[in-house]
Design a protein around this ligand. Structure first.
Ligand code: ZN
Length: 142
């Protein structure tokens, strides 16, 4: 089974996250405030430090990488859907250091914003809810 649904663009928010806020929590807060339960997110900017995850498919657990240095957000892309009845932002980031070297992964709490400009596109017409998936150990759209 391939779960997918037709959606249409409803609204778009553009904005900036505050200095010092948590990148993932800041994006989630906007979704919660605006009751966004389906959508797409992208962002660029810079962070003071970062924490990203890599899903180990063998152990079925996230391994985390902490980067304690200033980095550019060269790309943040992700989606918004429902998990356990609340808006859930699933985002991946690519971050560059002062040599242009990049790190990337699954965004988790623990990334501190220096400056961040985001675009949140809200979709309408369907709900996608994350449920635990036995094959992967992840919460996937069912
Ligand atoms: Zn991910």
């Amino acid at each position: 089974m391939t779960p997918y649904k037709k959606v249409k663009s409803d609204r778009i928010f553009m904005g900036r996250l505050g200095f010092g806020c948590d990148l993932l929590e800041g994006l989630t807060k906007v979704c919660t405030e605006q009751n966004i339960i389906l959508g797409r997110v992208e962002a660029i900017g810079a962070v003071k430090s970062a924490r990203i995850g890599f899903y180990n498919q063998q152990s079925r657990a996230y391994e985390h990488l902490s980067l304690d240095c200033p980095l550019e957000i060269t790309k943040l892309t992700g989606n918004v859907s429902l998990k356990e009845g609340a808006p859930f932002v699933h985002a991946h980031v690519t971050l560059a250091n002062n040599k242009g070297e990049c790190f990337g992964g699954h965004l988790v709490p623990g990334t501190t914003v220096f400056a961040c400009e985001f675009i949140l596109e809200v979709y309408d017409g369907a709900n996608l809810e994350r449920k635990f998936d036995n094959e992967t150990g992840l919460f996937l759209w069912s």
